[in-house]
Design a protein around this ligand. Structure first.
Ligand code: NAD
Ligand code: UD1
Length: 346
């Protein structure tokens, strides 16, 4: 059984990926500072999966700490080495992700995102762990070249968060170049993950203010907010609202599993994949689907465009579909249904 270190495993995407990995018989070591989450998702995962058929006591370990703390990381790598369960690969989710906050708190973002990645890579190197799957973002692309983006599209992030992600990508490339026979690296550029695990028992429970569309739609539907403000109805799209490539978070979770297997079976290299569905949906279309599937009403108000937004962002996923043994299987309807279940449980 392979031991995988999952940083940021208590968060939205991390917790869903933990489920996929545990269901596929990996041993997980989760690290999280709970800066934007709590242990709740991890406790629920244990509840969901720990039954007479699947004993998690020897394969689901949770550590509360900061990825910048090298001693903390070292102790964990050492502990599992001593147990003869050395960490085989890392999936690195931990980080801060709010674009606006990254503009007001750049030092914190550079410290956690880039400083954290540096500490992690240093300790991985020290323990001969050379396989990593890294959470990057579509935000690294130049939003001037909007539309359907492939991995070779121009990179030019416009905010500190995006520049953090691109810097980490550059560090990973440099690291590979320095030891080309060792490192196996998958950089996943996520488009727009939405929804929750179909049980409705785990999902996004951020401590920080929410600014992404899907959790806001859920909150309006539940009455927590009185309306959804839509940033612009004058975009050059069929209904004037922005187009995004929304992907069910469980499909995104499965992409991590596929990437892990892929790098494990491939020669050393840096592999960069867009992870989305290749299909665009407008903001209004998403709202209408949510209303239809969940039989609810979402009051909306159009306001002016949000600074930094683009009309259209869709992934060209040809490379991922060709190389990874993976393709998205869930629909937007599934994501709306599952996300709503999670909202109702909370
Ligand atoms: P999230 O905030 O739910 O998860 C991140 C986790 O990292 C949280 O549990 C948080 O507590 C933890 N964390 C933060 N700082 C830490 C630190 N210093 N040490 C240890 N743990 C720390 O976010 P998410 O949506 O699950 O995103 C996961 C990753 O994917 C992030 O790197 C994010 O930038 C990236 N990403 C997310 C999206 C998206 O739409 N959600 C899109 C593109 C990329
Ligand atoms: C945003 C970030 C991006 C990050 C991604 C995932 C910005 C400019 N971009 O992308 O860097 O990688 O989240 O975390 O912040 N919308 C509304 N009303 C709302 C919220 C959103 O109309 O209250 C619209 C937006 O204008 C956009 C779409 O919904 O057209 C999706 O927005 P969002 O969920 O914030 O994702 P992105 O803008 O794609």
């Amino acid at each position: 059984m392979k031991t995988i270190l999952v940083t940021g495993g208590a968060g939205f995407i991390g917790s869903h990926t933990c489920i996929s990995l545990l269901e596929n018989n990996y041993r997980l070591v989760v690290i999280d500072s709970y800066a934007n989450s709590s242990q709740l998702n991890l406790d629920v995962i244990r509840e969901l999966l720990d039954n007479e058929y699947s004993d998690l006591s020897d394969r689901f370990f949770i550590f509360n700490g900061d990825i910048r703390d090298e001693k903390f990381l070292q102790d964990i790598f050492e502990k599992f080495k001593r147990m003869e369960k050395s960490i085989y690969a890392v999936i690195h989710f931990a980080g801060l992700k709010a674009v606006n906050e990254s503009i007001s708190k750049p030092l914190e973002y550079w410290s956690v995102n880039v400083g954290g990645a540096l500490s992690l890579l240093k300790i991985m190197n020290q323990y001969n762990c050379f396989q990593i799957v890294f959470s990057s973002s579509a935000t690294v692309y130049d939003n001037f070249f909007e539309g359907i983006l492939d991995e070779k599209a121009t990179l030019n992030p416009k905010n500190p968060y995006g520049r953090n992600k691109l810097t980490i990508e550059n560090i990973l490339n440099d690291l590979y170049t320095s030891q080309p026979d060792l490192w196996k690296i998958a950089i996943l550029r996520y488009f727009n993950p939405i929804g929750s695990h179909p049980s409705g028992k785990i999902g996004e429970l951020p401590k920080k203010d929410i600014s992404n569309l899907f959790p806001l739609i859920s909150q309006v539907a539940s009455g927590k907010r009185d309306k959804l403000q839509i940033y612009g109805n004058d975009w050059p799209t069929i209904d004037g609202t922005g187009i995004r490539d929304f992907i069910h978070v469980m499909d995104l979770a499965d992409a991590h599993l596929a990437s892990l297997k892929y790098i494990s079976n491939s020669r050393s290299d840096v592999y960069t994949f867009n992870i989305g569905t290749g299909k665009g949906t407008t903001v209004l279309e998403l709202i209408r689907i949510f209303e239809k599937v969940n039989k609810c009403f979402i009051p909306i108000e159009f306001i002016k465009r949000r600074k930094g937004d683009v009309a259209c962002s869709i992934a060209n996923v040809d490379f991922a579909l060709k190389e990874l043994d993976w393709f998205p299987t869930r629909t937007i309807e599934d994501a709306c249904r599952d996300g709503w279940k999670w909202q109702m449980n909370n």
